[in-house]
Design a protein around this ligand. Sequence first.
Ligand code: B16
Ligand code: MG
Length: 216
Amino acid sequence: MNQHRYKAVIFDLDGVITDTARFHYLAWKRLADEVGAPFDEAFNEHLKGVDRMGSLALILARAPRTFTDQEKLLLADAKNRHYQELVATMTPEDLLPGALRALEEARAAGLKIGLASVSKNAFTVLDRLGIRGRFDDVVDAATIANSKPHPEIFLTAASHLGVAPADCLGVEDAAAGVASIKDAGMTAVGVGDAQVLARADYNIPAMDRFRLADYL
Ligand code: B16
Ligand code: MG
């Protein structure tokens, strides 16, 4: 049993472990151009931590016409196929600087390690990065009803790890993700803009500044 303040660290994937946001952006951008909806990097920020159909709804709300449910499913499928083509090019070199060390520090400290991503492609991404075996639990996003900022995914991760939420440290790069961690009753490390991630208990500009000892 470890003697630390926390018993588990639960990581977000996109923006914390790897930069899949770039691929989501490219895939959504192509779709937005096809339907005539305005789309840029700033708007893409609002999609971080939002699930696929939720993201599509936000994009289509700015399109010049409405879409049937069947059209929406086809559009979401097309976006996902494009995204998966991009993910297929990933290698362990796509780990964000500091991410692997953070996983190693958590393991060395005897903490449980979880992944809380609302991406249904998370398992594939972890396999491409070669790090799936480093997690004690990876929440299957297909089992999650509410995407971030709802706390469900972080609560599910804690429950799978057998750790009380108050004993968990969550690591997130999106405001919606930090809200999810805080509303789950956990301590949050925000990775990125401290003003955007103002609800986090600790703020670092990027994962290369993550030092587990700073939070224990
Ligand atoms: P998929 P996270 C989220 O991952 C992304 O931030 C978000 O942009 C994306 O729409 C969502 O996954 C769903 O991804 O289409 O692969 O199921 O930040 O929770 O790791
Ligand atoms: Mg993220």
